[in-house]
Design a protein around this ligand. Structure first.
Ligand SMILES: Cc1cc2nc3c(=O)[nH]c(=O)nc-3n(C[C@H](O)[C@H](O)[C@H](O)COP(=O)(O)OP(=O)(O)OC[C@H]3O[C@@H](n4cnc5c(N)ncnc54)[C@H](O)[C@@H]3O)c2cc1C
Length: 390
């Protein structure tokens, strides 16, 4: 189906929204993005972009821009949180893993969308979406209304489009919280992502922006409920105390933290229905709107990039919107469900205690001696998958 001149409205200017906007505009669609914020900006945090995500940026013509802002990863090290000893090291040099600042990824996607002719409208907070009529329709918080032929919900965790498609689904608190922080770093440090693991806790850290900054995400199991979102600040002392038993290497990083944010980690089910076809239109979701994930495999943004490519590709390569959307869901739902399940499993593995922890660490150490590379190979289905290869 030709997308030339097709009117598409994308809700949300995050990773998913900007990527799908560029992908569709490059195929000739007239794309408008509605964003609630007064500017497209991002929180101060890092993102790991694995080869499956980088493949999409390459296919969108944004590889050069990625290379300009991202750091190429050399390795991932799993370390014992208390001693700091390396349990196993996965060599990823040359394999296309990147560390990027979220703001840099969003900026390059925004430039890419604008360059492809996408119309971005800010201060468009959508209050509700109605899919009961002939075409997708919405109402914004000022009371204004609109409708379109194809509505793409890239509006994240609390998606209004998902709500209209599937009704309300309550997530559940995992009893884990994540602190995130940035500290200055000395250029020249190795480009290694370190995962420091202990009973009920782990901390991930890697350098960003040419090694001038260090991203820290520290996760702890706890009973009390914490809100899910990017804006809740916490006292730095809470994080420092929680990780006081960790190695001197980790404590030295935490001593430098001046600002910290806290995020309650929730498990949301993957949506069962990702699209609806109406008499004269259709609506569809992607990214966190369709499959929010725990961050333990660092795949949320990468899945959003993959979704964006596959959605545009399916629409372009099928005879009708209905067939394209059905193919999109059939391709993406099983893969995203598998990735979300794998992230849930990682949460358990990182936080083992007692005998189970000793056995798991021994297994990882032995594995890296007996079969170096086997650990990363287990994830070939994830990282080596290239949705742009056809
Ligand atoms: C601690 C942490 C670490 C992470 N680390 C990684 C990582 O290393 N690698 C990785 O791949 N992923 C990571 N993720 C996941 C990743 O951040 C998300 O999966 C990704 O940002 C999802 O992109 P999105 O575009 O679907 O949603 P979002 O980024 O949430 O974008 C949604 C957009 O829609 C807008 N919007 C929302 N509601 C409305 C509305 N009603 N009206 C108008 N606009 C609206 C928002 O303002 C926003 O711009 C991490 C997540 C967490 C919590």
């Amino acid at each position: 189906m030709s997308l030339i001149g097709q009117n598409v409205t994308v809700l949300g200017a995050g990773v998913a929204g900007l990527a799908v906007a560029r992908a569709l505009a490059l195929r000739g669609a007239q794309v408008t993005v509605l964003e609630q914020a007064d500017a497209v900006r991002e929180v101060g945090a890092g993102l790991q972009i694995s080869p499956n995500g980088a493949a999409v940026l390459r296919a969108l013509g944004l590889e050069e821009a990625l290379v300009a802002v991202a750091t190429r990863a050399q390795a991932v090290e799993l370390r014992d949180g208390l001693s700091g000893d390396v349990v196993t090291r996965l060599d990823v040099a040359g394999a296309g893993y990147h560390f990027a600042h979220r703001a840099d990824l969003i900026a390059l996607l925004l430039d890419g969308a604008r360059e492809a002719g996408v119309d971005l409208r800010l201060l468009q907070k959508i209050d509700s979406v109605d899919l009961s009529g002939a075409r997708p329709a919405w109402r914004n918080v000022q009371g204004g209304t609109g409708e379109t032929g194809l509505l793409i919900g890239a509006d994240g965790l609390h998606s209004k489009v998902r709500l209209a498609l599937t009704g309300k689904v309550a997530p559940f608190f995992t009893h884990q919280v994540a602190w995130r922080a940035m500290i200055p770093e000395s250029p020249g440090v190795p480009n290694v992502a370190e995962v420091h693991m202990a009973a009920g806790q782990h901390l991930v850290s890697y350098p960003l922006r040419g090694g001038t900054m260090r991203n820290i995400v520290a996760v702890e199991e706890r009973r009390s409920w914490v809100e899910e979102g990017w804006t809740l600040r916490d006292d730095t002392m809470d994080m420092k105390l929680a990780f006081a038993g960790f190695s001197p290497r980790v404590r030295a990083w935490l001593d430098q933290v001046e600002d910290v944010w806290l995020w309650g980690l929730f498990r949301h089910p993957v949506a069962r229905d990702w699209f609806r076809v109406q008499d004269q239109g259709a609506a569809v979701i992607l990214g966190d709107a369709a499959h929010p994930t725990l961050p333990f495999l660092a795949q949320g943004a990468c899945m959003a990039l993959e979704d964006a490519w596959v959605l545009a590709d399916c629409l372009a390569s099928h005879d009708s919107v209905a067939a394209g959307l059905a193919a999109y869901q059939a391709t993406r739902l099983p893969r995203c469900s598998r990735i979300v399940a794998a992230a849930n499993t990682n949460a358990r593995l990182y936080h083992l205690s007692g005998v189970a922890r000793g056995v798991a660490h021994l297994g990882l150490r032995m594995g890296s001696v007996v079969a170096p590379g086997a650990a990363i190979k287990r994830f070939d289905w994830l990282y080596k998958h290239d949705v742009t290869a056809g």
